[in-house]
Design a protein around this ligand. Structure first.
Ligand code: ZN
Length: 301
């Protein structure tokens, strides 16, 4: 897959994994005047509308948190000598500067810079994980955050199990048949909206098995060759999308009627005509699904 911007990911963020157990360094970074805190409140972030009509995240400083620095620091990492921490302010939101509103990241993605959106996505994923893993899944005792917020350890003396942030793998597949590709509409989507086929990986499956199973379950098409096309974090709240292109070995479509309401084969010409007329709404620009379709179109279908 050609190199390009992958939304919600930025490898210029140094995750500083080797410093996560250095409590002195963490405390220094927490108090540093340059350090930025990424506030998360019920999956929303403080966003500032600028005079130019664009938007930017409202990063908080230690002072903005009114001296009450997070009890459990969640270190995101370093970028250009600036430390970034996530701060869950859901239960006690601080006062934000005038002109700031709490917004979901995907609602403002078109107006944010690439690195800012990746940092907010990363923060959102870790805060969600902390909020949903306060108790040990093995013994039920409380867990506490350690290693800069990248591990939660059970407080039970007989347990002490360590829990790690979850990322759930999901496949997303463009099925092609000669010069056509398959696009499907989920039952809860607007009439014209179509996308590729997606589903979560189940225990004991290879990714290729998941692709073949999901495509057959949802649209009744058998696939042969399955080729990996790239990945994208999808931390809403905790998925990793793994993109594939699969070659159809059967053409008849039978939708499951549960998840998928309708599906059809599309030539590049039909995609262009139907998007122009409004009959087809392609997947959102920030998704790997759109990238899979665009790549196929760029190759001539
Ligand atoms: Zn436990």
């Amino acid at each position: 897959m050609p190199q390009r911007i992958i939304h919600y990911a930025d490898d210029t963020i140094d995750r500083a994994a080797m410093r996560r157990e250095d409590r002195t360094w963490l405390d220094e970074r927490l108090r540093a005047g340059t350090t930025r805190f990424v506030a998360v409140a019920s999956g929303r972030h403080p966003i500032v509308d600028t005079d130019s009509g664009l938007r930017r995240p409202c990063y908080l400083r230690a002072n903005d948190l009114e001296g009450s620095l997070p009890g459990e620091p969640i270190l995101l990492g370093m970028r250009e000598d600036v430390a970034y921490f996530a701060a869950d302010v859901t239960d006690a939101p601080p006062s934000f500067p005038a002109g700031t509103t709490l917004r979901k990241l995907r609602d403002v993605i078109t107006d944010l810079g690439h690195t800012d959106s990746a940092i907010l996505a990363y923060a959102n994923a870790l805060v969600h994980w902390h909020r949903t893993h306060r108790f040990c899944g093995a013994c039920g005792k409380c867990t506490t955050s350690v290693r800069g917020g990248h591990v939660r350890r059970c407080a039970g003396a007989a347990c002490r199990r360590e829990h790690f942030p979850r990322t759930d793998p999901a496949v997303i597949t463009l099925v092609v048949d000669g010069g056509r590709c398959l696009l499907a509409r989920r039952r809860d989507w607007a009439p014209g909206r179509r996308s590729t086929v997606a589903g979560f990986v189940e225990p004991g499956e290879t990714l290729e098995h998941t692709v073949a199973r999901e495509v057959f379950e949802e649209v009744g098409v058998r696939v042969g060759e399955v080729r990996y096309r790239g990945s994208q974090p999808w931390p809403f709240p905790q998925s990793l999308m793994l993109g594939f292109r699969a070659t159809a070995e059967s053409a008849d479509i039978t939708v499951d009627g549960d998840e998928i309401a309708e599906a059809d084969w599309y030539t590049p010409e039909r995609i262009r005509a139907d998007t122009a007329s409004g009959a087809l709404i392609l997947p959102p620009f920030d998704s790997i699904s759109r990238r899979l379709v665009n790549d196929w179109l760029a190759e001539g279908g």
